[in-house]
Write a protein of this length. Structure first.
Length: 172
């Protein structure tokens, strides 16, 4: 498991630090079947930020997301893999920070296509990418690249009991 190497309590109201298992277990349980909207933020070559909604799943303690090769996010990641991904989970808002790299190996693509299918998106493998009869307009036209986020840090802010705010740092 990808466990944090350090934890920092960010709470200003006396609440205890949150365990990493809280958001991790919700990600593992709720993706891909719950209606979660993930937002990935990347950096344009001129330094301006870009944010877009993405389809994402949490598999084996890793976040995977998709993007068409011509989309701004894919072009940004090709030049600079640093990004953040934000999502509102049950009872906790979560931001993940790290580097996203394209996945092209057939076994991982097949496995992740199956995970996406289990959540209702009929993804299949097409060469070194994914395809399906449809996707969100923000994904661009098929085929879609699959990205793996190498997690550097995460911040969780609980919006349900037990409350708190915590930053987790991971070895990379």
């Amino acid at each position: 498991m990808n466990e944090p190497t350090s934890t920092r309590n960010l709470d200003q109201y006396g609440n205890a630090e949150l365990p990493w298992s809280r958001p991790r277990d919700i990600l593992a349980t709720d993706t891909p079947t719950e209606d979660l909207t993930f937002f990935v933020a990347t950096m344009r070559p001129d330094g301006r930020p870009h944010t877009a909604g993405v389809g994402a799943v949490w598999v084996d303690d890793t976040l995977y997301f998709v993007g068409g090769p011509g989309t701004r996010r894919s072009r940004n990641l090709a030049a600079n893999p640093a990004c953040s991904v934000a999502v509102r989970l049950r009872g906790i808002d979560l931001t993940l920070e790290g580097d996203a790299h394209r996945v092209t190996d057939a076994a991982t693509l097949e496995r992740l296509a199956g995970v996406f299918r289990s959540g209702g998106w009929p993804a299949t493998v097409a060469g070194d990418a994914l395809t399906a009869p449809y996707n969100a307009p923000s994904a661009g036209p098929p085929p879609w690249h699959l990205y793996r986020l190498t997690l550097h840090s995460a911040v969780g802010v609980a919006c349900a009991e037990p409350y708190g705010a915590t930053r987790w740092t991971f070895a990379h």
